[in-house]
Write a protein that binds this ligand. Structure first.
Ligand SMILES: NC(=O)C1=CN([C@@H]2O[C@H](COP(=O)(O)OP(=O)(O)OC[C@H]3O[C@@H](n4cnc5c(N)ncnc54)[C@H](O)[C@@H]3O)[C@@H](O)[C@H]2O)C=CC1
Ligand SMILES: O=C(O)C(=O)Cc1ccc(O)cc1
Length: 285
């Protein structure tokens, strides 16, 4: 294994994931200097004051030039433009990765934008929450979390191994998955549930928004993720649109089936639907 030490690391988008990544790098002694960039100077100043980053600049090109490792940690909708803006100034053998929730086509696009001898490897740590920003960032965010790494057939092997090894040093359980398969899986277990959570809450709004005050723990459990960043989730669902359109049809079929059973007052079949869901859900701790 080649040396896993990065002299200079650039974090593009110093929020919950970007700042946690910076803290994890430091905690594990994997880098010398961390620089950050983002849209809001005040946030970058606070990140510097807290020792999350050593320096910052508002223009992404000003921080990436001599970086060994670059992390894309903005909402996924910004990845492509950022890659276009930095591709010509990256140094030879720089590694670029990301924490984006969507991979698929985006991974192939970023990879094809990169010049020879700049190596992009996609990552997606399944860690975080409905919170955003540096206030909830922590060095152990990735400890014991799953992390999907999505190399392609063109990926550089040294870069791929370094990225996998780095996540393992953060305590993550790494799994290598094809970028398109990644998107099929996470459309089902993450992206669709977020759409549904937002939809459940909007349904209450359509009926009478005052009803929300009467909600108990079940409602809170099923809709916690509707507290997540609308900007981040807009980008995720747009970028995984095709999988989600197919899944929404499957979801609609499930809702329609329950509706038909309710119309028929078929209590036995309703119980079977619920039993089958409970059986599958029990597989998760
Ligand atoms: N929040 C979560 O639980 C998880 C998020 N992700 C992914 O991680 C990425 C970051 O998410 P969070 O850290 O939660 O978001 P966040 O909102 O905490 O941080 C994002 C940061 O990027 C900055 N930013 C936005 N657009 C930008 C642009 N065009 N140029 C430069 N900076 C920009 C924002 O100002 C903010 O500081 C997203 O792509 C998301 O899909 C992945 C796993 C979990
Ligand atoms: O709020 C939660 O529990 C989440 O689902 C966190 C999360 C958000 C986005 C991801 O791509 C992965 C994990």
């Amino acid at each position: 294994m080649t040396n896993l030490f990065f002299n200079k690391v650039s974090i593009i988008g110093v929020g919950l994931l970007g700042a946690s990544f910076a803290l994890a790098l430091r905690e594990n002694g994997l880098c010398k200097t961390i620089v950050g960039t983002g849209r809001k100077e005040d946030n970058l100043r606070r990140a510097k004051e807290r020792g999350i980053i050593d320096a910052y600049a508002l223009d992404v090109r000003d921080i990436c030039e001599d970086s060994d490792l670059i992390l894309l940690s903005t909402p996924v909708g910004a990845f492509r433009d950022i890659a276009v803006r930095i591709k010509d100034i990256l140094k030879q053998n720089a590694i670029i990765t990301d924490v984006g929730s969507v991979k698929g086509k985006l991974v192939h696009e970023i990879e094809s934008l990169m010049p020879e001898r700049v190596y992009y490897i996609g990552s997606h740590p399944i860690a975080g929450s409905d919170k955003s920003g540096i206030d909830d960032a922590r060095a152990d965010l990735f400890d014991n979390a799953r992390c999907i790494v999505t190399p392609t057939e063109k990926s550089n092997e040294m870069a791929r191994e370094k990225i996998i090894y780095m996540w393992r040093r953060f305590g993550a359980r790494v799994e290598v998955i094809d970028p398109f398969i990644h998107d099929e899986i996470y459309a089902a277990v993450s992206h669709l549930p977020h759409i549904i959570a937002y939809t459940i809450v909007n349904t209450i709004g359509d009926i009478d928004s005052k009803y929300i005050e009467y909600a108990g723990q079940g409602f809170k459990d099923t809709t916690r993720i509707a507290l997540s960043s609308p900007e981040m989730w807009r980008d995720i669902v747009i970028h995984n649109r095709e999988n989600l359109l197919r899944l929404l049809d499957v979801f609609k079929e499930n809702v329609d089936r329950i509706k038909r059973l309710l119309e028929k007052k078929d209590s036995e079949a309703i119980k079977e639907e619920f039993k089958s869901a409970r059986g599958l859900r029990e597989r998760l701790q």
